[in-house]
Design a protein around this ligand. Structure first.
Ligand code: HEM
Length: 417
């Protein structure tokens, strides 16, 4: 390794969480593989390296298909689900798509892919537009809306809940369970958060088991019924597999999308010239959203296990069983790839980004997430001459899920301003 930057990525430091990009830049411009003393992670921050790592079969989201934790000499609480106190979270992780490698991953993913193709998302366009209009209407009546709590959460969660078959009355329950469970994915959650995450995973499972039992008695036109009826390689899915797959879809299906919406609208509000490009139809919402996703991604990094001996990146050896952080938030602003990477510019021709990952775990919900963002921007562009934030914005304190707690914007009474 060449020179080492004298800093840490302190995900508990509010300053770093508020704006990690300057720290990313220092690391990225100093070294291509960073392994600070005392940190268990090896960080990749350059676009080409992160892009390649997502596709590298010598790296895995899990190691269990090849090694036992003992073979990798892991401490008893690594990964977190080995700690018996978090056994309910562990039973979710056992069949979680993101935590599986082939062949189990291929088999489960194949089963739900059909529901999330670009064509399937397109088929939901009208319903999604209606949902956006309905939610925005409540804000139009009072002249403002909290884009997070009163709009995006209900919008994205409502869409994925409807797809899976969670009744409308239970959406708030899912929101609470999901928000608590995902805290386990933060880089260093406190004991208290872990306890709450484990309890939420348990309740989430119980909730879904009940719903599965109901669907067995009375089928419906939803993904849950489809999973119950599906036969893959001559076998039916177990309840555990259905629960984990439903949970990951319900959580991934709204947490990232809500944060992407707030990051995007905040960026557009901070750059009125860019908003006018959308308003005047010089740039379509469909094109603009790619720059939104590049500029401030709602998920900042993903980790992988090194699965092979003799693994190296750019001449740096990384040992078997080590964990590599693919810092897509840094890669998306790599000057080797982008012109003026820190500039928010929806006209850029090079907006293709790593925000949805890559390789076999590439975001399953990307077409749906894009359609949701496109709809929100298009609906607001029809009514708002300017995007005005009217109350202090509050960033989420979480690092892994990067977004806003609250983002209140002014809303006109009617569309077609
Ligand atoms: C802007 C919103 C979203 C972003 C930025 C995002 C990002 C990502 C990323 C980076 C990954 C790969 C993680 C890795 O390789 O370790 C991923 C996987 C995944 N995403 Fe998304 N996601 C979004 C929305 C959604 C939605 C709406 C769904 C809903 C259906 C969804 C479902 C999934 C699933 C199921 C996986 C796991 C796929 C697998 O392991 O094969 N995501 N997402």
């Amino acid at each position: 390794m060449t020179g080492q930057p004298d800093l840490v990525f302190d995900t508990a430091d509010p300053e770093f969480v508020a704006d990690p990009y300057p720290a990313y830049a220092r690391v990225r411009e100093t070294t291509s593989v960073w392994h600070p003393a005392g940190d268990h992670l090896w960080y990749l921050t350059r676009y080409a390296d992160v892009h390649a790592a997502f596709r590298d079969h010598r790296l895995g989201t899990s190691f269990l298909h090849r090694y036992t934790p003992e073979e990798l000499n892991l401490a008893p609480d690594i990964p977190v689900w080995r700690d018996p106190r978090w056994k309910d979270f562990a039973s979710f992780e056992r069949w979680e798509l993101l935590n599986l490698e082939p062949p189990a991953h291929t088999r489960l993913r194949r089963l739900v892919t059909e529901a999330f193709t670009p064509r399937a998302a397109e088929g939901m366009r009208t319903k999604i537009q209606e949902r956006a209009r309905r939610l925005l209407q409540t804000g139009r009546e009072v002249g403002s809306i909290d884009l997070v709590g009163s709009y995006a959460q209900h919008f994205s969660l409502g869409i994925i809940c409807e797809l899976i078959g969670v009744p409308e009355d239970d959406h708030d329950t899912i929101l609470k369970l999901s928000d608590a469970t995902i805290r386990m994915y933060e880089p260093a959650p406190s004991e208290e958060l872990r306890t709450a995450a484990n309890a939420a995973a348990k309740d989430f499972r119980q909730y879904l088991l009940k719903l599965i039992a109901q669907r067995r008695r009375l089928t419906a036109d939803d993904l849950l019924t489809a999973m119950i009826g599906a036969v893959v390689d001559g076998e039916r899915l177990t309840d555990d597999q259905i629960v984990s797959t439903s949970m990951v879809l319900l959580m991934a299906g709204h947490e990232a999308a809500v944060n992407a919406t707030s990051n995007g609208i905040a960026a557009l509000a901070a750059h009125p010239d860019q908003w006018q490009l959308i308003r005047s139809s010089k740039v379509s919402p469909r094109v603009a959203l790619e720059e939104i996703l590049r500029y401030d991604p709602p998920l900042q990094w993903f980790e992988r296990w090194v699965l092979d001996e003799d693994f190296e990146i750019n001449g740096v050896a990384i040992p078997l069983g080590a964990r590599v952080a693919l810092v897509l938030g840094a890669a998306n602003r790599d000057p080797r790839k982008y012109v003026e990477p820190d500039r928010f510019n929806i006209l850029r021709a090079d907006a293709n980004h790593l925000t949805f990952g890559g390789g076999i775990h590439f975001c399953l919900g990307a077409p749906l997430a894009r359609l949701e963002l496109e709809t929100t921007i298009a609906e607001l562009a029809q009514s708002e001459k300017e995007l005005v934030i009217i109350a202090p914005t509050v960033r989420r304190s979480t690092f892994q899920f990067r977004g806003y707690e609250r983002l209140v914007i002014a809303l006109s009474e009617t569309t077609n301003n």
